[in-house]
Ligand binder design. Structure first.
Ligand code: OOB
Length: 556
Protein backbone atom coordinates (compact mmCIF):
# COMPACT_ATOMS: atom_id res chain seq x y z
CA UNK A 1 0.00 0.00 0.00
CA UNK A 2 1.27 3.44 -0.84
CA UNK A 3 -0.79 5.65 1.44
CA UNK A 4 1.77 7.58 3.40
CA UNK A 5 -0.65 9.49 5.61
CA UNK A 6 -2.30 6.32 6.91
CA UNK A 7 -2.28 5.82 10.67
CA UNK A 8 -2.08 2.04 11.05
CA UNK A 9 -3.71 0.04 13.81
CA UNK A 10 -1.28 -0.89 16.58
CA UNK A 11 0.13 -4.33 15.63
CA UNK A 12 -0.67 -6.02 18.94
CA UNK A 13 -4.29 -4.88 18.86
CA UNK A 14 -4.78 -5.87 15.24
CA UNK A 15 -3.35 -9.27 16.06
CA UNK A 16 -5.61 -9.68 19.10
CA UNK A 17 -8.74 -8.60 17.20
CA UNK A 18 -8.01 -11.07 14.43
CA UNK A 19 -7.13 -13.90 16.80
CA UNK A 20 -10.37 -13.38 18.72
CA UNK A 21 -12.43 -13.19 15.52
CA UNK A 22 -13.49 -9.62 16.33
CA UNK A 23 -12.16 -8.78 12.90
CA UNK A 24 -13.10 -11.45 10.36
CA UNK A 25 -9.67 -11.18 8.72
CA UNK A 26 -11.19 -10.84 5.26
CA UNK A 27 -11.59 -8.16 2.65
CA UNK A 28 -14.97 -6.74 1.76
CA UNK A 29 -14.59 -7.74 -1.87
CA UNK A 30 -13.92 -11.35 -0.90
CA UNK A 31 -17.61 -11.82 -0.03
CA UNK A 32 -18.91 -11.02 -3.51
CA UNK A 33 -18.33 -14.45 -5.00
CA UNK A 34 -19.30 -16.26 -1.82
CA UNK A 35 -22.65 -14.49 -2.07
CA UNK A 36 -22.89 -15.17 -5.81
CA UNK A 37 -22.44 -18.87 -5.11
CA UNK A 38 -24.85 -19.17 -2.21
CA UNK A 39 -27.53 -16.67 -3.27
CA UNK A 40 -26.72 -16.21 -6.94
CA UNK A 41 -30.21 -15.77 -8.38
CA UNK A 42 -31.63 -13.65 -5.62
CA UNK A 43 -32.02 -9.95 -6.32
CA UNK A 44 -29.34 -7.89 -4.58
CA UNK A 45 -29.82 -4.41 -6.01
CA UNK A 46 -32.89 -2.58 -7.35
CA UNK A 47 -32.80 0.81 -9.06
CA UNK A 48 -36.05 1.63 -10.85
CA UNK A 49 -36.51 -1.09 -13.43
CA UNK A 50 -32.93 -2.36 -13.11
CA UNK A 51 -32.56 -5.43 -10.95
CA UNK A 52 -29.20 -7.08 -10.32
CA UNK A 53 -28.88 -10.52 -8.79
CA UNK A 54 -26.01 -11.34 -6.45
CA UNK A 55 -24.34 -13.07 -9.38
CA UNK A 56 -24.86 -10.05 -11.68
CA UNK A 57 -23.24 -7.89 -9.03
CA UNK A 58 -20.16 -10.10 -8.76
CA UNK A 59 -19.77 -10.53 -12.52
CA UNK A 60 -20.16 -6.83 -13.29
CA UNK A 61 -17.98 -5.69 -10.42
CA UNK A 62 -15.23 -8.00 -11.63
CA UNK A 63 -15.61 -6.81 -15.22
CA UNK A 64 -15.31 -3.19 -14.12
CA UNK A 65 -12.41 -3.95 -11.78
CA UNK A 66 -10.44 -5.64 -14.56
CA UNK A 67 -11.39 -2.83 -16.95
CA UNK A 68 -10.07 -0.26 -14.47
CA UNK A 69 -6.90 -2.29 -14.00
CA UNK A 70 -6.53 -2.13 -17.78
CA UNK A 71 -6.66 1.67 -17.51
CA UNK A 72 -3.71 1.55 -15.12
CA UNK A 73 -5.48 1.72 -11.75
CA UNK A 74 -4.04 -0.65 -9.18
CA UNK A 75 -4.17 -1.68 -5.55
CA UNK A 76 -3.08 1.23 -3.38
CA UNK A 77 -4.49 3.93 -5.68
CA UNK A 78 -7.50 6.02 -4.81
CA UNK A 79 -10.26 7.63 -6.85
CA UNK A 80 -12.88 10.23 -5.97
CA UNK A 81 -16.35 8.73 -6.26
CA UNK A 82 -19.12 11.28 -6.71
CA UNK A 83 -22.16 9.31 -7.77
CA UNK A 84 -25.83 9.62 -6.92
CA UNK A 85 -27.79 6.68 -5.52
CA UNK A 86 -27.93 4.47 -8.60
CA UNK A 87 -27.13 0.80 -9.14
CA UNK A 88 -23.83 1.87 -10.68
CA UNK A 89 -22.78 3.29 -7.31
CA UNK A 90 -22.97 -0.21 -5.86
CA UNK A 91 -21.12 -1.84 -8.77
CA UNK A 92 -18.40 0.83 -8.82
CA UNK A 93 -17.89 0.50 -5.06
CA UNK A 94 -17.78 -3.29 -5.26
CA UNK A 95 -15.32 -3.15 -8.18
CA UNK A 96 -12.99 -0.79 -6.34
CA UNK A 97 -13.12 -2.88 -3.17
CA UNK A 98 -12.26 -5.96 -5.22
CA UNK A 99 -9.33 -4.27 -6.91
CA UNK A 100 -8.02 -2.57 -3.78
CA UNK A 101 -8.44 0.88 -5.32
CA UNK A 102 -9.81 3.01 -2.53
CA UNK A 103 -13.04 4.90 -3.21
CA UNK A 104 -12.92 8.35 -1.62
CA UNK A 105 -16.59 8.96 -0.94
CA UNK A 106 -17.56 12.43 -2.08
CA UNK A 107 -21.14 13.76 -2.16
CA UNK A 108 -23.09 14.91 -5.25
CA UNK A 109 -23.29 18.56 -4.05
CA UNK A 110 -19.50 18.85 -3.71
CA UNK A 111 -17.89 21.20 -6.20
CA UNK A 112 -14.40 22.39 -7.23
CA UNK A 113 -13.46 23.47 -3.71
CA UNK A 114 -14.07 20.12 -2.04
CA UNK A 115 -13.10 17.84 -4.93
CA UNK A 116 -9.80 19.60 -5.58
CA UNK A 117 -8.76 19.84 -1.94
CA UNK A 118 -9.66 16.24 -1.13
CA UNK A 119 -8.31 14.94 -4.45
CA UNK A 120 -4.94 16.54 -3.68
CA UNK A 121 -4.92 15.34 -0.10
CA UNK A 122 -5.47 11.69 -0.96
CA UNK A 123 -3.58 11.74 -4.29
CA UNK A 124 -6.59 10.76 -6.39
CA UNK A 125 -5.77 9.01 -9.68
CA UNK A 126 -9.27 9.36 -11.14
CA UNK A 127 -12.75 10.74 -10.57
CA UNK A 128 -15.93 8.73 -11.05
CA UNK A 129 -18.85 11.06 -11.77
CA UNK A 130 -22.28 11.03 -13.36
CA UNK A 131 -22.50 12.81 -16.73
CA UNK A 132 -25.14 15.39 -15.92
CA UNK A 133 -26.97 15.13 -12.63
CA UNK A 134 -29.82 17.43 -11.52
CA UNK A 135 -28.95 19.78 -14.38
CA UNK A 136 -25.30 20.08 -13.36
CA UNK A 137 -22.48 18.97 -15.64
CA UNK A 138 -20.33 16.78 -13.39
CA UNK A 139 -18.21 15.66 -16.29
CA UNK A 140 -17.03 19.20 -16.95
CA UNK A 141 -16.40 19.68 -13.21
CA UNK A 142 -14.36 16.46 -13.13
CA UNK A 143 -12.17 17.59 -16.05
CA UNK A 144 -11.53 20.90 -14.26
CA UNK A 145 -10.63 19.13 -11.02
CA UNK A 146 -8.47 16.55 -12.82
CA UNK A 147 -6.50 19.38 -14.42
CA UNK A 148 -5.97 20.97 -11.00
CA UNK A 149 -4.55 17.79 -9.43
CA UNK A 150 -0.77 17.39 -9.34
CA UNK A 151 -0.65 13.99 -11.05
CA UNK A 152 -2.52 12.64 -14.07
CA UNK A 153 -6.13 11.75 -13.26
CA UNK A 154 -8.68 10.05 -15.46
CA UNK A 155 -12.31 11.10 -15.68
CA UNK A 156 -14.62 8.08 -15.45
CA UNK A 157 -18.22 8.80 -16.36
CA UNK A 158 -21.41 6.91 -15.56
CA UNK A 159 -23.80 8.46 -18.06
CA UNK A 160 -25.01 8.76 -21.59
CA UNK A 161 -22.93 11.57 -23.07
CA UNK A 162 -19.40 10.54 -22.31
CA UNK A 163 -17.02 13.18 -23.66
CA UNK A 164 -13.91 12.43 -25.66
CA UNK A 165 -11.06 11.83 -23.24
CA UNK A 166 -13.34 10.42 -20.55
CA UNK A 167 -13.81 6.72 -19.79
CA UNK A 168 -17.29 5.21 -20.23
CA UNK A 169 -17.89 3.21 -17.04
CA UNK A 170 -21.02 1.54 -18.39
CA UNK A 171 -19.00 0.14 -21.28
CA UNK A 172 -16.43 -1.28 -18.85
CA UNK A 173 -18.98 -3.02 -16.68
CA UNK A 174 -21.04 -4.47 -19.52
CA UNK A 175 -20.76 -8.24 -19.47
CA UNK A 176 -23.19 -9.29 -22.21
CA UNK A 177 -21.91 -12.26 -24.10
CA UNK A 178 -19.01 -12.98 -21.73
CA UNK A 179 -18.24 -16.69 -21.49
CA UNK A 180 -18.04 -18.50 -18.15
CA UNK A 181 -14.35 -18.90 -18.89
CA UNK A 182 -13.85 -15.14 -19.14
CA UNK A 183 -15.76 -14.58 -15.90
CA UNK A 184 -13.68 -17.25 -14.16
CA UNK A 185 -10.42 -15.82 -15.45
CA UNK A 186 -11.24 -12.33 -14.19
CA UNK A 187 -12.24 -13.76 -10.83
CA UNK A 188 -8.95 -15.62 -10.44
CA UNK A 189 -6.90 -12.60 -11.48
CA UNK A 190 -8.65 -10.36 -8.97
CA UNK A 191 -8.36 -12.95 -6.18
CA UNK A 192 -4.61 -12.85 -6.76
CA UNK A 193 -4.18 -9.10 -7.16
CA UNK A 194 -6.71 -7.81 -4.64
CA UNK A 195 -6.11 -6.07 -1.31
CA UNK A 196 -5.31 -7.45 2.16
CA UNK A 197 -7.70 -7.09 5.12
CA UNK A 198 -5.42 -4.50 6.73
CA UNK A 199 -5.46 -2.30 3.60
CA UNK A 200 -7.58 0.82 3.44
CA UNK A 201 -10.98 -0.12 2.02
CA UNK A 202 -12.59 3.32 1.77
CA UNK A 203 -11.87 6.94 2.53
CA UNK A 204 -14.80 8.72 4.22
CA UNK A 205 -15.15 12.42 4.85
CA UNK A 206 -15.47 13.68 8.39
CA UNK A 207 -17.71 16.55 9.37
CA UNK A 208 -14.42 18.15 10.28
CA UNK A 209 -13.88 21.32 12.24
CA UNK A 210 -10.92 22.74 10.41
CA UNK A 211 -10.50 23.76 6.77
CA UNK A 212 -11.89 21.25 4.33
CA UNK A 213 -13.27 17.96 5.67
CA UNK A 214 -10.80 15.54 7.19
CA UNK A 215 -10.36 12.18 5.55
CA UNK A 216 -11.00 8.99 7.51
CA UNK A 217 -9.28 5.85 6.34
CA UNK A 218 -11.31 2.72 7.03
CA UNK A 219 -9.57 -0.61 6.60
CA UNK A 220 -11.39 -3.74 5.46
CA UNK A 221 -10.89 -5.01 9.01
CA UNK A 222 -12.40 -2.10 10.87
CA UNK A 223 -15.12 -1.28 8.33
CA UNK A 224 -16.36 -4.87 8.21
CA UNK A 225 -16.52 -4.83 11.99
CA UNK A 226 -18.91 -1.85 11.87
CA UNK A 227 -20.99 -3.30 9.09
CA UNK A 228 -21.45 -6.67 10.76
CA UNK A 229 -22.29 -5.23 14.18
CA UNK A 230 -24.65 -2.57 12.81
CA UNK A 231 -26.46 -5.19 10.73
CA UNK A 232 -26.86 -7.28 13.88
CA UNK A 233 -28.07 -4.30 15.92
CA UNK A 234 -30.76 -3.71 13.28
CA UNK A 235 -31.82 -7.36 12.97
CA UNK A 236 -30.91 -7.38 9.27
CA UNK A 237 -31.35 -10.72 7.54
CA UNK A 238 -32.30 -12.33 4.25
CA UNK A 239 -35.77 -10.82 4.44
CA UNK A 240 -34.40 -7.28 4.73
CA UNK A 241 -35.28 -4.92 1.91
CA UNK A 242 -33.28 -1.78 2.63
CA UNK A 243 -34.00 1.54 0.94
CA UNK A 244 -30.95 3.79 0.54
CA UNK A 245 -32.28 7.33 0.59
CA UNK A 246 -29.52 9.55 1.93
CA UNK A 247 -26.52 10.09 -0.39
CA UNK A 248 -24.82 6.69 -0.43
CA UNK A 249 -21.34 8.14 0.13
CA UNK A 250 -22.34 8.89 3.73
CA UNK A 251 -21.32 6.28 6.26
CA UNK A 252 -24.90 6.08 7.59
CA UNK A 253 -26.64 4.74 4.41
CA UNK A 254 -23.44 3.09 3.20
CA UNK A 255 -22.38 0.94 6.10
CA UNK A 256 -24.26 1.66 9.35
CA UNK A 257 -25.63 -0.87 8.43
CA UNK A 258 -26.94 0.71 5.25
CA UNK A 259 -26.59 -0.88 1.87
CA UNK A 260 -23.42 -2.81 2.64
CA UNK A 261 -25.02 -4.18 5.81
CA UNK A 262 -28.11 -5.26 3.88
CA UNK A 263 -25.99 -7.06 1.29
CA UNK A 264 -23.84 -8.65 3.97
CA UNK A 265 -26.97 -10.01 5.65
CA UNK A 266 -28.27 -11.44 2.38
CA UNK A 267 -31.00 -8.88 1.93
CA UNK A 268 -31.88 -6.59 -0.94
CA UNK A 269 -30.92 -2.98 -1.55
CA UNK A 270 -33.29 -0.54 -3.21
CA UNK A 271 -31.84 2.81 -4.30
CA UNK A 272 -33.71 6.08 -4.22
CA UNK A 273 -32.02 8.89 -6.07
CA UNK A 274 -33.91 11.43 -3.99
CA UNK A 275 -35.04 11.68 -0.34
CA UNK A 276 -38.25 13.46 -1.40
CA UNK A 277 -41.42 11.81 -0.03
CA UNK A 278 -42.97 10.90 -3.41
CA UNK A 279 -40.17 8.69 -4.81
CA UNK A 280 -39.43 7.29 -1.35
CA UNK A 281 -43.05 6.28 -0.72
CA UNK A 282 -43.30 4.88 -4.26
CA UNK A 283 -40.18 2.74 -3.71
CA UNK A 284 -41.38 1.50 -0.31
CA UNK A 285 -44.71 0.45 -1.83
CA UNK A 286 -43.30 -1.09 -5.01
CA UNK A 287 -40.46 -3.06 -3.39
CA UNK A 288 -42.09 -3.76 -0.01
CA UNK A 289 -39.19 -2.07 1.75
CA UNK A 290 -38.67 -3.26 5.34
CA UNK A 291 -36.06 -0.78 6.59
CA UNK A 292 -34.67 2.60 5.71
CA UNK A 293 -32.57 5.26 7.34
CA UNK A 294 -32.72 9.03 7.32
CA UNK A 295 -31.85 12.17 9.21
CA UNK A 296 -34.61 13.87 11.25
CA UNK A 297 -35.02 16.71 8.69
CA UNK A 298 -35.88 14.20 5.97
CA UNK A 299 -38.26 12.18 8.15
CA UNK A 300 -40.10 15.37 9.13
CA UNK A 301 -40.84 15.96 5.44
CA UNK A 302 -42.06 12.37 5.05
CA UNK A 303 -44.40 12.87 7.99
CA UNK A 304 -45.92 16.01 6.53
CA UNK A 305 -46.34 14.40 3.12
CA UNK A 306 -47.80 11.17 4.54
CA UNK A 307 -50.82 13.11 5.78
CA UNK A 308 -51.85 14.01 2.24
CA UNK A 309 -50.27 11.24 0.15
CA UNK A 310 -51.46 8.44 2.45
CA UNK A 311 -48.85 5.94 1.25
CA UNK A 312 -49.02 2.23 2.02
CA UNK A 313 -46.06 1.83 4.38
CA UNK A 314 -47.25 -1.48 5.81
CA UNK A 315 -44.02 -3.27 4.80
CA UNK A 316 -41.80 -0.77 6.64
CA UNK A 317 -40.77 -2.33 9.93
CA UNK A 318 -37.75 -0.28 10.96
CA UNK A 319 -36.86 3.35 10.53
CA UNK A 320 -33.31 4.31 11.51
CA UNK A 321 -33.14 7.98 12.43
CA UNK A 322 -29.94 9.79 13.34
CA UNK A 323 -27.22 12.13 12.22
CA UNK A 324 -28.54 15.12 14.16
CA UNK A 325 -30.48 15.90 17.34
CA UNK A 326 -33.94 14.44 17.73
CA UNK A 327 -36.28 15.46 20.54
CA UNK A 328 -38.16 12.58 22.25
CA UNK A 329 -41.63 13.91 21.40
CA UNK A 330 -40.75 14.20 17.71
CA UNK A 331 -39.20 10.72 17.74
CA UNK A 332 -42.44 9.37 19.15
CA UNK A 333 -44.52 11.22 16.55
CA UNK A 334 -42.32 9.79 13.78
CA UNK A 335 -42.93 6.22 14.89
CA UNK A 336 -46.68 6.77 15.28
CA UNK A 337 -47.18 8.67 12.01
CA UNK A 338 -45.18 6.25 9.89
CA UNK A 339 -46.37 3.25 11.91
CA UNK A 340 -43.01 1.52 12.28
CA UNK A 341 -40.37 0.79 14.91
CA UNK A 342 -38.05 3.71 15.32
CA UNK A 343 -34.39 2.93 15.92
CA UNK A 344 -32.41 6.00 16.88
CA UNK A 345 -28.82 6.00 15.81
CA UNK A 346 -25.90 8.09 16.95
CA UNK A 347 -22.96 7.42 14.71
CA UNK A 348 -19.97 8.94 13.03
CA UNK A 349 -17.84 8.20 10.01
CA UNK A 350 -14.94 7.98 12.47
CA UNK A 351 -16.33 4.65 13.65
CA UNK A 352 -18.55 4.46 16.71
CA UNK A 353 -22.20 3.69 16.05
CA UNK A 354 -24.92 3.42 18.73
CA UNK A 355 -28.40 2.06 17.99
CA UNK A 356 -31.50 1.68 20.09
CA UNK A 357 -32.50 -2.00 19.85
CA UNK A 358 -35.39 -2.93 17.52
CA UNK A 359 -37.44 -4.14 20.50
CA UNK A 360 -36.55 -1.30 22.87
CA UNK A 361 -39.11 0.15 25.27
CA UNK A 362 -40.62 3.48 24.18
CA UNK A 363 -38.55 5.18 26.85
CA UNK A 364 -35.32 3.91 25.31
CA UNK A 365 -36.40 4.18 21.66
CA UNK A 366 -37.61 7.77 21.93
CA UNK A 367 -35.44 9.13 24.72
CA UNK A 368 -31.96 7.74 23.96
CA UNK A 369 -29.63 6.98 21.08
CA UNK A 370 -28.92 3.50 22.38
CA UNK A 371 -25.82 1.55 23.32
CA UNK A 372 -22.81 1.00 21.03
CA UNK A 373 -23.44 -1.73 18.48
CA UNK A 374 -20.64 -3.85 19.92
CA UNK A 375 -19.50 -4.68 23.44
CA UNK A 376 -15.96 -4.04 22.23
CA UNK A 377 -16.67 -0.30 21.85
CA UNK A 378 -15.47 1.70 24.84
CA UNK A 379 -17.08 4.99 25.91
CA UNK A 380 -15.67 7.56 28.31
CA UNK A 381 -17.30 10.85 29.29
CA UNK A 382 -14.88 13.58 30.35
CA UNK A 383 -15.10 17.18 31.51
CA UNK A 384 -13.26 20.14 30.00
CA UNK A 385 -10.02 19.08 31.73
CA UNK A 386 -10.24 15.56 30.40
CA UNK A 387 -11.25 14.14 33.78
CA UNK A 388 -13.92 11.42 33.72
CA UNK A 389 -17.27 12.76 34.98
CA UNK A 390 -19.26 10.91 37.66
CA UNK A 391 -21.75 8.29 36.33
CA UNK A 392 -24.72 9.93 34.61
CA UNK A 393 -22.90 13.22 34.12
CA UNK A 394 -22.68 15.06 30.83
CA UNK A 395 -19.35 15.70 29.13
CA UNK A 396 -17.41 15.14 25.94
CA UNK A 397 -17.59 11.57 24.70
CA UNK A 398 -14.31 9.82 23.99
CA UNK A 399 -14.46 6.45 22.30
CA UNK A 400 -12.23 3.66 21.17
CA UNK A 401 -12.72 0.17 19.81
CA UNK A 402 -12.16 -2.19 16.88
CA UNK A 403 -14.24 -0.03 14.54
CA UNK A 404 -12.80 3.38 15.39
CA UNK A 405 -9.51 4.08 13.56
CA UNK A 406 -6.60 5.70 15.36
CA UNK A 407 -6.10 8.80 13.22
CA UNK A 408 -7.28 10.87 10.29
CA UNK A 409 -5.43 10.48 7.02
CA UNK A 410 -2.37 12.66 6.56
CA UNK A 411 -2.91 15.25 9.32
CA UNK A 412 -0.54 14.40 12.20
CA UNK A 413 -0.99 17.77 13.92
CA UNK A 414 -4.76 17.44 13.88
CA UNK A 415 -4.47 13.88 15.11
CA UNK A 416 -2.63 15.00 18.23
CA UNK A 417 -5.72 17.10 19.01
CA UNK A 418 -8.41 14.62 17.97
CA UNK A 419 -6.91 11.47 19.53
CA UNK A 420 -5.41 10.84 22.95
CA UNK A 421 -2.10 9.04 23.28
CA UNK A 422 -3.85 5.86 24.31
CA UNK A 423 -6.05 5.81 21.24
CA UNK A 424 -9.27 7.48 22.38
CA UNK A 425 -11.04 9.52 19.71
CA UNK A 426 -12.46 12.83 20.92
CA UNK A 427 -15.92 12.93 19.34
CA UNK A 428 -16.55 16.62 20.12
CA UNK A 429 -20.06 15.59 21.18
CA UNK A 430 -21.58 16.23 24.59
CA UNK A 431 -23.12 12.99 25.78
CA UNK A 432 -24.44 11.43 28.96
CA UNK A 433 -24.87 7.73 29.58
CA UNK A 434 -27.96 6.22 31.18
CA UNK A 435 -27.41 3.59 33.91
CA UNK A 436 -27.99 0.95 31.19
CA UNK A 437 -25.16 2.42 29.10
CA UNK A 438 -27.33 4.09 26.47
CA UNK A 439 -25.97 7.26 24.94
CA UNK A 440 -27.99 10.47 25.07
CA UNK A 441 -26.51 13.20 22.88
CA UNK A 442 -26.89 16.57 24.57
CA UNK A 443 -24.91 18.94 22.35
CA UNK A 444 -21.38 19.39 21.09
CA UNK A 445 -18.16 21.24 21.74
CA UNK A 446 -16.84 21.05 18.17
CA UNK A 447 -17.12 24.04 15.92
CA UNK A 448 -19.42 22.82 13.20
CA UNK A 449 -22.90 23.37 11.90
CA UNK A 450 -25.16 20.36 11.49
CA UNK A 451 -27.61 21.28 8.73
CA UNK A 452 -30.08 18.43 8.60
CA UNK A 453 -27.31 15.88 9.11
CA UNK A 454 -24.84 17.50 6.69
CA UNK A 455 -21.85 18.58 8.73
CA UNK A 456 -20.34 21.94 7.82
CA UNK A 457 -17.06 23.03 9.29
CA UNK A 458 -17.41 26.61 10.55
CA UNK A 459 -13.71 27.08 9.78
CA UNK A 460 -14.11 26.09 6.14
CA UNK A 461 -16.84 28.68 5.54
CA UNK A 462 -14.99 31.33 7.56
CA UNK A 463 -11.74 30.86 5.63
CA UNK A 464 -13.45 31.44 2.28
CA UNK A 465 -15.37 34.50 3.50
CA UNK A 466 -12.30 35.94 5.21
CA UNK A 467 -10.58 35.94 1.81
CA UNK A 468 -13.15 38.40 0.41
CA UNK A 469 -11.52 41.86 0.33
CA UNK A 470 -14.56 43.57 1.88
CA UNK A 471 -14.46 41.38 4.99
CA UNK A 472 -12.54 42.37 8.11
CA UNK A 473 -13.73 39.56 10.36
CA UNK A 474 -16.17 36.67 10.17
CA UNK A 475 -17.57 33.96 12.41
CA UNK A 476 -19.93 31.18 11.32
CA UNK A 477 -22.40 29.80 13.85
CA UNK A 478 -25.44 27.53 13.73
CA UNK A 479 -28.77 29.33 13.54
CA UNK A 480 -31.61 27.23 14.96
CA UNK A 481 -34.05 25.99 12.31
CA UNK A 482 -37.30 24.08 12.80
CA UNK A 483 -36.66 21.65 9.91
CA UNK A 484 -32.91 21.41 9.40
CA UNK A 485 -32.11 21.79 13.08
CA UNK A 486 -29.44 24.30 12.15
CA UNK A 487 -28.44 26.50 9.23
CA UNK A 488 -25.27 28.46 8.63
CA UNK A 489 -25.34 32.01 9.94
CA UNK A 490 -22.35 34.28 9.48
CA UNK A 491 -21.54 37.28 11.62
CA UNK A 492 -19.44 39.68 9.60
CA UNK A 493 -17.58 42.90 10.31
CA UNK A 494 -16.85 44.68 7.04
CA UNK A 495 -13.96 47.03 6.38
CA UNK A 496 -14.94 50.70 6.59
CA UNK A 497 -17.07 51.74 3.64
CA UNK A 498 -17.52 48.15 2.43
CA UNK A 499 -20.49 45.84 2.56
CA UNK A 500 -21.86 42.72 0.89
CA UNK A 501 -25.37 41.32 0.91
CA UNK A 502 -26.14 37.71 1.75
CA UNK A 503 -26.89 37.11 -1.93
CA UNK A 504 -23.51 38.55 -2.94
CA UNK A 505 -21.66 36.39 -0.41
CA UNK A 506 -23.59 33.38 -1.65
CA UNK A 507 -22.64 34.11 -5.27
CA UNK A 508 -18.96 34.66 -4.43
CA UNK A 509 -18.73 31.38 -2.46
CA UNK A 510 -20.53 29.51 -5.25
CA UNK A 511 -18.01 30.93 -7.74
CA UNK A 512 -15.23 29.63 -5.51
CA UNK A 513 -16.72 26.15 -5.85
CA UNK A 514 -18.18 25.64 -2.38
CA UNK A 515 -20.96 23.03 -2.10
CA UNK A 516 -24.40 24.67 -1.95
CA UNK A 517 -25.36 23.19 1.43
CA UNK A 518 -22.47 25.04 3.08
CA UNK A 519 -23.43 28.49 1.76
CA UNK A 520 -24.58 30.77 4.60
CA UNK A 521 -28.31 31.35 4.76
CA UNK A 522 -28.22 34.19 7.24
CA UNK A 523 -26.01 37.24 7.56
CA UNK A 524 -25.66 39.37 10.64
CA UNK A 525 -23.55 42.51 10.26
CA UNK A 526 -21.77 43.80 13.36
CA UNK A 527 -19.46 46.75 13.85
CA UNK A 528 -17.48 44.68 16.36
CA UNK A 529 -17.45 40.95 17.05
CA UNK A 530 -17.24 39.78 20.67
CA UNK A 531 -13.98 37.99 21.51
CA UNK A 532 -12.84 35.39 24.02
CA UNK A 533 -9.88 35.92 26.31
CA UNK A 534 -7.57 34.37 23.68
CA UNK A 535 -8.81 36.74 20.99
CA UNK A 536 -11.03 34.34 19.02
CA UNK A 537 -14.58 35.22 18.02
CA UNK A 538 -16.76 34.39 21.01
CA UNK A 539 -19.25 31.97 19.47
CA UNK A 540 -21.17 31.44 22.69
CA UNK A 541 -21.90 35.15 22.79
CA UNK A 542 -22.80 35.17 19.10
CA UNK A 543 -25.23 32.28 19.52
CA UNK A 544 -26.83 34.11 22.46
CA UNK A 545 -27.11 37.22 20.31
CA UNK A 546 -28.82 35.17 17.65
CA UNK A 547 -31.27 33.75 20.17
CA UNK A 548 -32.08 37.31 21.35
CA UNK A 549 -32.86 38.56 17.87
CA UNK A 550 -36.43 37.57 17.48
CA UNK A 551 -37.62 37.10 14.83
CA UNK A 552 -34.41 36.49 12.92
CA UNK A 553 -34.08 37.89 9.43
CA UNK A 554 -34.48 34.96 7.05
CA UNK A 555 -32.22 34.22 4.10
CA UNK A 556 -33.62 34.96 0.67
C1 OOB B 1 -23.29 10.42 11.04
O1 OOB B 1 -21.98 10.53 10.74
P1 OOB B 1 -21.17 11.86 10.42
O2 OOB B 1 -19.75 11.47 10.37
O3 OOB B 1 -21.77 12.56 9.26
O4 OOB B 1 -21.41 12.83 11.66
C2 OOB B 1 -21.09 12.47 12.98
C3 OOB B 1 -21.62 13.49 13.94
C4 OOB B 1 -21.53 13.08 15.39
O5 OOB B 1 -20.26 13.28 15.93
C5 OOB B 1 -22.58 13.99 15.99
O6 OOB B 1 -22.08 15.29 16.14
C6 OOB B 1 -23.66 14.01 14.94
O7 OOB B 1 -23.01 13.71 13.71
N1 OOB B 1 -24.69 13.02 15.19
C7 OOB B 1 -25.72 13.19 16.04
C8 OOB B 1 -26.48 12.00 15.97
N2 OOB B 1 -25.88 11.17 15.10
C9 OOB B 1 -24.80 11.81 14.64
N3 OOB B 1 -26.05 14.22 16.84
C10 OOB B 1 -27.17 14.08 17.60
N4 OOB B 1 -27.94 12.96 17.59
C11 OOB B 1 -27.64 11.91 16.80
N5 OOB B 1 -28.43 10.81 16.80
O8 OOB B 1 -24.01 11.39 11.20
C12 OOB B 1 -23.78 9.03 11.18
C13 OOB B 1 -22.96 7.96 10.88
C14 OOB B 1 -23.42 6.66 11.03
C15 OOB B 1 -24.72 6.45 11.48
C16 OOB B 1 -25.53 7.51 11.77
C17 OOB B 1 -25.08 8.82 11.64
Amino acid sequence: MSFEGFVPWPEDLAHAYRAAGVWPGRTMGSYLWEWAETRGDRVAVVDGTTRLTYRDLAVRADALAVGLAGRGLERGDTVLVQLPNTWEFVVVTAALLRLGVVPTMMLPPHRDHELTAIGRHVGARALVVPGTWRGFDHQELAFRVAAALPGPAEVLVVGDDVAGGAVDVRALLATDGDTDGAVEERRRWLDEHGPAPSDIAVFLLSGGTTGVPKVISRTHDDYLFNIVHCARACAFGEDTVYLAVLPAGHNFPLASPGLLGALHAGGRVVLSASPRPEPVFAAIEAERVTATSAVPAVVLKWMDAAATLKPDLSSLRYLHVGGSMLAPDIAERMARTLDCRLQQVYGMAEGLVCYTPPDASDEVAFGTQGPPVSAFDELLIVDEDGTPVPPGGTGELLTRGPGTPRGYYGVPDQNRLSFTEDGWFRTGDLVRLTPEGHAVVCGRVKDLINRGGEKISAGEVETLIQELPEVAEVAAVPAPDPVYGERVCVFVRFHGGCSLSLAEISRLLTERGLAAFKIPERLEVLTALPHTAVGKADKKALKALLADRNPLPRAA
